[in-house]
Ligand binder design. Sequence first.
Ligand SMILES: Nc1ncnc2c1ncn2[C@@H]1O[C@H](COP(=O)(O)OP(=O)(O)O)[C@@H](O)[C@H]1O
Ligand SMILES: [Mg+2]
Length: 300
Amino acid sequence: MVAANAIATISLVDAVFEPVPGGKSIADLELERGIAPCNKPYIRPERVIDKRYLDSDEDEEDFKNTIGPEPPARVPSNLPPAGNLHASLRIARRIASGRSGIVFEAELDEDASSPELTTATLPRLVIKVCHPPTYYRVAREAFYYEEMESLQGTVIPRYYGLFQTTLEPGVMFRYWKIEKFWGGNGANDSDQEDHSDFPRCLTVLILEYVSEEFLPVGRKLNDKVIMEIKEMFRELARLGVWQPDIQYSNILRVPNAELEFGASGKYRWRLVDFDRARKSNMSLRRFEIANEDRLDPLFR
Ligand SMILES: Nc1ncnc2c1ncn2[C@@H]1O[C@H](COP(=O)(O)OP(=O)(O)O)[C@@H](O)[C@H]1O
Ligand SMILES: [Mg+2]
């Protein structure tokens, strides 16, 4: 498999309408690898509990809310130097459209891509395309894929980059036709940043395709699955990543992962959808409490 940072540019085949004298024509769109921006961390105030308030069998450590004033630093990357490959992708079937973007299956055009990129060196792919006014949600999600590099391919899908371009005046991204009313202006976002300067910044993520099967709804999950999902969220917590957006549709089943979690040590699920994620200084214990609050309703 090629490295997560091997691809420098992509083209999206037949993705835009361009103005031409007397009408419009269909053209490819070129995007370059972008730099994923960091959002504001979620900082809990340190809670200091005076010893005299603790029962004799209670340990101060148990009451530690945070690991300190800051979230943990990013784990150093294991990637080789960034590559210079080009991928030509065809936007295929639309899988879903949600708050942060539209997810399509993406097909690699091997003939128009760098020779190193083939269906043998790349997994099946999806492309997550931002909604027009809220490109930053997808850009922010990329930050979390990069933050969680060590979990790519095990807890989260493999990630092949954030790609961006600014659409020239008159150029229309074809897949936004019915999407232009989506997304809002970001007023509901936690940090209320003003992104109105960048209305035409087309931003996409390239991810490994996982499956279209969610964590099953409406039936009791077996204990092993519950343990496994909790452990996956613990993996995020160890990196200081807080994912508030816990729902069935963000937990995808890995097909043909037949082995038991305990036996293989490999997860049979992948977590997706990190546009609302934030780094946090919460202690592991505090993460545990916060995650259980959100996970328990899924397990009932
Ligand atoms: N890597 C992936 N492989 C397969 N399907 C995916 C993948 N990522 C997302 N999806 C599908 O797209 C849906 C929306 O993507 P998601 O990242 O959750 O964005 P949103 O913020 O719009 O909910 C998911 O619920 C899932 O059905
Ligand atoms: Mg989602």
